[in-house]
Design a protein. Structure first.
Length: 154
C-alpha cells in the first residue's frame, strides 16, 4: 500500500511504497501547474495546486475522482483529520476551507462536502493544520504574522 506522495513544479505526483528501498507505485502526470501540498487518505491522494484547485486521485491507478476549484489563489497547505476524513485547505487568498471526504457505499467513489470556510482578514495565509485527529480545531499562520491563530468548532 502507498504511504508517501511527492510532487513537483509541473504538478507531477509520484506515489511511493516505503521499505528498505522506496518503490514507485504510481505516476500521476502534471498539467503545468505547481503542486504545493499533498496528503494521503484511504487510498486517495489529495493534492493542492498553485491555481487554487484541490484534486483527489486514486493512489493505485492515478485516476482523477474529484476536482474542486477551492481557492482564488495558490494553495499553500493541506492537512487531514484522518479519524473523520476532514480535509483542510489554506491559500494565499486569505481563506481556509474545511471539506468532508467520504466514499459512496454504492459506487466506492470519493464524495466531497464543503463544511466550513474561514477568512483570515489582512493575512496572506501560508500554513494551516488541524490541532487534533478529529478535526475539531485548526491553526493558521500567515506571512509576516507573529502569531498562530486557532479556530475551534462548537
Amino acid at each position: 500500500m502507498a504511504d508517501m506522495v511527492t510532487a513537483d513544479d509541473s504538478g507531477l505526483l509520484c506515489v511511493w511504497q516505503s521499505g528498505p528501498k522506496f518503490k514507485l507505485s504510481t505516476r500521476i502526470p502534471g498539467f503545468g501547474v505547481p503542486c504545493t501540498s499533498v496528503q494521503l487518505w484511504q487510498g486517495t491522494v489529495a493534492a493542492g495546486y498553485g491555481n487554487g484547485q484541490v484534486r483527489l486521485y486514486e493512489t493505485s491507478t492515478g485516476i482523477l475522482h474529484v476536482q474542486i476549484n477551492a481557492h482564488a489563489r495558490a494553495i499553500c497547505a493541506l492537512d487531514l483529520a484522518p479519524e473523520v476524513g476532514k480535509l483542510l485547505s489554506a491559500a494565499e487568498d486569505t481563506f481556509v476551507h474545511m471539506w468532508k471526504l467520504s466514499r459512496s457505499p454504492e459506487s466506492g467513489h470519493i464524495e466531497v462536502e464543503h463544511c466550513h470556510g474561514e477568512c483570515v482578514p489582512d493575512t496572506q495565509v501560508c500554513g494551516a493544520r488541524f490541532c487534533d485527529p478529529s478535526g475539531r480545531s485548526f491553526a493558521v499562520t500567515g506571512y509576516d504574522l507573529a502569531e498562530i491563530l486557532r479556530f475551534s468548532s462548537v
